[in-house]
Design a protein around this ligand. Sequence first.
Ligand SMILES: C[S@@+](CC[C@H](N)C(=O)[O-])C[C@H]1O[C@@H](n2cnc3c(N)ncnc32)[C@H](O)[C@@H]1O
Length: 338
Amino acid sequence: MTSEKPRTLHDIPGWFFWPDQCTFRHFLGKEAVRSEGNLVELGTYLGRSAVLVGDYLQNGETFTALDLFGGSTDEHNKAENDGSYRNLTREAFEANYLALHDELPVIVQDLSSAIVDHVPPGSVRFMHIDASHLYEHVVVDIESARTLLAPGGVVAFDDFRSEHTPGVSAAVWEAVIGGGLRPIATTSLKMYCTFDEDVTPHRDALERAVPEYDELSTVMERYLGQDVLRVVRTEKPKPASKAPGVPDVLAKLGELEKQLTAADAGSAQLERLDQQGARLQQIERDLSQLQTLRQRLDDLEGYERAEAKHTRKQLAALREQVRDSGFSGRVMRRLRKR
Ligand SMILES: C[S@@+](CC[C@H](N)C(=O)[O-])C[C@H]1O[C@@H](n2cnc3c(N)ncnc32)[C@H](O)[C@@H]1O
């Protein structure tokens, strides 16, 4: 299936993602409540989750990896497997595993219910249940976990809430509500549980560990009378957007406002010029009227001057006549006064 040798688990096809990779690393590592014991995986497919579990195998421990690898099973389980894992072979799993580890785990090619025949009871510190997703099979797998887990051990259930796996949900919740299975934490795909009485040390240790992993955080949920951690993937910080931000838009607005003010000022200026032009025209008209009036005035003055000159001439002539006629001094004085 994988044509080239995988260099990391990310090169192996499967359904095992970052939040669960990190949560597995915590429960398999030294900070877990129980850090010694055997490891078990039911349902390996091509080895994506198995190679990570194998990273934590210590001296004296056994990792048992079980899968049907295409072997026979009941009708419903066969339909399930034919739909999703048709091309799976044990050889492909082994090749992938050996690309990343020196030795293979103990491989069991059988139904998941057979696991209890291969692993000592009460010896397991971590178990991953990811084989059949049908209710009847998961119920059996939960009982196997109860048998195999050591005190402080943790069991992870895949697809406990997926749309296409209601059988897993039914079996897991049934065991939680009435079967002594206690949830420690959930991710979007898996539920992590223990059969220990006290969940607190498991939950506290995970809560401390999660912030150490990139892009993960926790939320505390409360249900069925207890607190359960939810491990959530936080958004990656978004790269600076090329779309203009608020400051850019404000700057642009400011610029436009300035242009608008300048345009307004321009049009006000034009308006003022128009008004001034109109006033100038009016002044021109007034001036020409004034000139006409002046002309008339000049004409009138000229006329009056001419009249006055004429009158003076007449007076002079009259005086001469009076002098020549011998009028009295009183008449002469009157004539002079005029
Ligand atoms: C979802 S895959 C496992 C994925 C793997 N854990 C991973 O994360 O990459 C389920 C596997 O369970 C196997 N399987 C299905 N029914 C089974 C059964 N009843 N017993 C054992 N294995 C089974 C399938 O062959 C398949 O490889």
